[in-house]
Design a protein around this ligand. Structure first.
Ligand SMILES: Cc1cc2nc3c(=O)[nH]c(=O)nc-3n(C[C@H](O)[C@H](O)[C@H](O)COP(=O)(O)OP(=O)(O)OC[C@H]3O[C@@H](n4cnc5c(N)ncnc54)[C@H](O)[C@@H]3O)c2cc1C
Length: 382
């Protein structure tokens, strides 16, 4: 295993830095967070820089790069801003990989080049009021008719649903089924009649808008199925390592940013006639923070390598998501203590990182569920 970056990967990260400096400078990040204004314009810039093409095969307009390259880009975007990383993650880690992994050949040829060109976005509509961690408890139904599928039900906490061209909606299609059986993933196009969305207010990740969605006799075409009828849950599970790797990459990037902010502040802030970085207690805190980030990064790069090699990685994906998101909470918690009042200011980047971090240990599959997966992989559920 080689942990060194090749010249192409170095050049790619330089491109990411330049792109963000041009399209999302730090003041813009602060303004957008304050005004709940997602940086949707970044998608075209990602496309022009080739970032959306990275993991896809050339026959669908892709560059056929390794998942390690995708991970490096995602981590660097997260370093600049969570909002930049999450836009990349939902498009590449979720949208592209869902279509590529379980879409039909026709869907791949139609949808993937449009993702690469930055013209197509997806949201995952899985969670319901009664189905969070227990996603198999979902009750939104789709009935097959001679005109197509008719959907009735409700989804909640669906990210960026207002900007998605398709809501990839998990529906129960086998009427008497329970749990993960009998579910189908349906592509519901933007503006479909019978959809109503309500914005949910929340305490962080302000540029990842969250929606409650009701489906009232929503009709979609017969060929709107992505994957297999009644086997959608398994289809969805087959891509979860990509989104877990994405969450880990975004969190690791943000965590490194938090450490860098804290180090800079500790060197600059003078109390008792010396920079606070001279106090051993501050030094040790910063050492522990950087060590946690390095640990998260190593687990992440190992996972990226496993994915690139097409190897089984259920345990490592759960571990990486868990380690990185808990690292981010640790470093932002201590970062806030080191910055003290300077961190508590609404102008500070540390408070945004700290607020945003709170989501990740339960979003995208809570860390309790990740621990359950790891326990299963260790053969503990005897
Ligand atoms: C900002 C945001 C964005 C989101 N984006 C999306 C999205 O785009 N699409 C989507 O479909 N969903 C989305 N979600 C939903 C998210 O995936 C869920 O919040 C998550 O799965 C947890 O579900 P829950 O909040 O209902 O918690 P619950 O399932 O009610 O869990 C509550 C607590 O109980 C614990 N728990 C539950 N079951 C077990 C168990 N068996 N063993 C041990 N502990 C357990 C959990 O770990 C958690 O600590 C989003 C949520 C948020 C807040």
């Amino acid at each position: 295993m080689d942990f060194g970056l090749n010249p192409e990967q170095r050049a790619m990260l330089d491109t990411v830095d330049r792109l963000v400096a041009t399209h999302l400078p730090p003041d813009e990040v602060r303004r957008r967070d304050r005004e709940y204004d997602p940086p949707a314009h970044l998608l075209k810039a990602y496309s022009e820089a080739g970032l959306l093409a990275l993991p896809l095969p050339p026959e669908y307009g892709g560059l056929g790069e390794s998942w390690t390259s995708v991970t490096l880009v995602h981590e660097r975007l997260g370093y600049h801003a969570a909002m930049a990383g999450s836009l990349f993650g939902t498009t590449v880690g979720f949208g592209s990989m869902s279509v590529l992994t379980y879409g039909s050949e026709e869907q791949k040829r139609e949808l993937l080049p449009r993702i690469v060109s930055g013209d197509l976005r997806f949201s995952l509509a899985l969670t319901e009021p009664g189905a969070g961690s227990d996603a198999g408890a979902l009750i939104t139904k789709a009935r097959r008719t001679d005109k197509g599928w008719v959907i009735n039900g409700r989804k909640t906490w669906i990210s960026d649903a207002d900007r998605a061209d398709y809501l990839l909606t998990a529906c129960r299609t086998a009427p008497d089924s329970k749990g993960s059986a009998g579910i189908t993933m349906l592509l519901v196009p933007k503006g479909a009649e019978g959809i109503q969305m309500t914005l949910l207010e929340k305490i962080g990740n302000n540029c990842l808008t969250s929606w409650d969605i009701s489906y009232d006799d929503v009709l979609v075409a017969d060929d709107s199925v992505l994957g297999d009828v009644d086997n959608g849950f398994r289809n969805l599970m087959s891509t979860l390592h990509y989104s877990r790797a994405g969450q880990a990459a975004n969190s690791t990037g943000q965590a490194q940013r938090a450490v860098d902010i804290a180090v800079a502040h500790a060197k600059e802030r003078v109390q008792f006639d010396q920079p606070i970085a001279r106090f051993q207690v501050i030094q040790h805190r910063l050492v522990d923070m950087q060590t946690r980030v390095d640990q998260a990064r190593h687990v992440l790069y190992h996972l990226a390598w496993l994915i690139s090699e097409g190897m089984r990685c259920r345990k490592e994906a759960a571990q990486s998501k868990m380690v990185a998101t808990e690292c981010l909470q640790f470093v932002t918690h201590h970062g806030m203590q080191i910055l003290a009042s300077a961190g508590y200011s609404a102008e500070s980047d540390m408070q945004r990182l700290w607020r945003d971090a709170r989501l990740y240990t339960f979003g995208e599959g809570s860390n309790e569920i990740q621990r359950d997966i790891i326990a299963r992989e260790m053969g503990l559920q005897v």
